[in-house]
Design a protein around this ligand. Structure first.
Ligand SMILES: *Cc1c(COP(=O)(O)O)cnc(C)c1O
Length: 419
């Protein structure tokens, strides 16, 4: 299928759009709107991923590869964990770097490695924590790629930092003496420099890529169908949101006919999307640092996709926001009530649901649990008063030595580092 840009001046076959990342007119590629279907969508996560994604790739050179790509990307599960009869966490953190971004990053890597041109590509990523590790893990050891990660020194959790530096091989981590916005500016400057792009075959892997967005539909389809099979009412979904990639995928799954009720965004103190959902007006703001650092996004790039697809934003989504104090409360309450540890991002979603319940909502709700709490041990453990067991893949990474090269927050320094 051809996909068109949000700005209307570019279109490309889907595999080219994935390879390009940003559309050539500066917009974001939009998945075509397909007729909704009430089919069963298969019986497990992989079958559902294939059923959902195949139509987009039907006439594409990648179509024959899609089953193998999905096997590589979806090699871990996304189970529902019921807290009571009407409330479940959708655990998206059972992948190699313990956050939901593993699904999208692995799909993108599996896709790009089947589209390579023979020369080594450099995947450039600015990260506020989780993206860098997911992308590094997904491309680690793939011979046609090297990965260059920029993260703001001292502004990611200690375990996130260790993780980023622990891959080695074709993955190079740089700790930038600056903010996430500095890192992002350096990456954008590099990607806009034609000469540099050509010399190093630069490409990006940020969340505007369709190759990360599309596969995220699969676990919402999976959760909705698991609910249906268990005799539950169609669930509404709360998505802890930063750049809006994950929640947008949930909207797409609903658009395809999956039985999903409301889609509600839970943000931290970065509230541009809450205002957008309430007023229909999008006003990006400066980023505020919070305990849910992977959601510290003042200007969510997928807002452009949301407005292009759902101009009546208020009819498509609801949204609420949560401050750091309420994040701490939600972590504590969930531990006291259910003996379940949750990460600060998931806590935003849980807190938003708590407010709905307090107003009398008795519907079936799923909260996306976007990262494993052990990744944020320095926040979570003091609140719940005990240690959180570290999942095996994360423990393996943390046991390796880590190395990151210091880098001043200047585009010229990145250009030198690339050489
Ligand atoms: C990236 C991230 C988010 C935000 O996801 P978006 O797709 O950017 O909205 C939420 N939680 C965690 C743990 C993340 O890593």
């Amino acid at each position: 299928m051809r996909v068109a840009s949000t700005r209307g001046a570019a279109s490309a076959p889907i595999s080219e759009a994935i390879a390009q990342g940003l559309a050539t007119d500066g917009g974001l590629y939009m998945p075509p709107q397909l007729a909704p279907s009430a089919r069963a969508w298969g019986t497990n996560l992989r079958e559902r991923a294939l059923a959902l994604l195949m139509p987009y790739f039907a006439d594409d050179p990648l179509a024959d590869h899609l089953p193998a790509i999905i096997d590589e990307a979806f090699n871990f599960d996304a189970p529902l964990r019921w807290l009571d009869e009407r409330t479940a966490l959708l655990e998206l953190f059972h992948g190699p770097t313990a956050a939901f971004k593993d699904f999208g990053a692995r799909f993108l890597a599996a896709t790009l490695s089947r589209l390579t041109t023979g020369s080594t590509a450099t995947v450039l990523v600015a990260t506020s924590g989780d993206t860098g590790a997911a992308v590094a893990s997904a491309f680690h050891g793939r011979p046609d790629f090297r990965v260059v990660i920029l993260y703001p020194e001292g502004r990611v959790s200690p375990r996130q930092a260790h993780q980023l530096g622990a891959f080695g091989g074709n993955v190079h981590a740089f700790r930038v003496a600056g903010t996430f916005d500095d890192c992002q500016r350096m990456v954008k400057t590099a990607l806009a420099d034609r000469e540099l792009v050509a010399r190093h075959h630069l490409t990006s892997a940020n969340s505007i890529s369709l190759g990360r967005l599309l596969p995220q539909m699969a676990y919402y389809a999976h959760a909705a169908m698991e609910c249906a099979h268990a005799g539950h009412a169609p669930p509404s979904v709360i998505v802890p949101t930063g750049n809006l990639g994950n929640a947008f995928a949930c909207l797409l799954a609903r658009e395809r006919g999956l039985p999903i009720g409301k889609v509600m965004l839970a943000t931290n103190a970065n509230r541009a999307l809450v205002a957008l959902a309430a007023t229909g007006r999008y006003e990006p703001a400066a980023t505020v640092a919070t305990l849910a650092n992977a959601m510290d996004v003042g200007a969510p790039s997928n807002a452009e996709r949301l407005l292009a697809r759902f101009p009546q934003v208020r009819h498509a989504i609801d949204a609420d926001w949560v401050d750091d104090e309420a994040i701490r409360h939600a972590i504590r309450r969930t531990w006291d009530r259910h003996h379940v540890a949750i990460c600060p991002h998931t806590a935003c979603g849980v807190e938003v649901l708590e407010r709905l319940r307090a107003r009398g909502d008795r519907g079936t709700w799923i909260v996306a649990a976007t990262a494993h709490p052990a990744k944020f041990d320095t926040v979570v453990e003091p609140i719940i008063g005990t240690t959180v067991a570290v999942p095996e893949p994360l423990a393996e990474l943390l046991a390796r030595p880590a190395h990151a090269t210091p880098l001043p927050p200047e585009p010229a320094a990145l250009a030198r580092a690339l050489a």
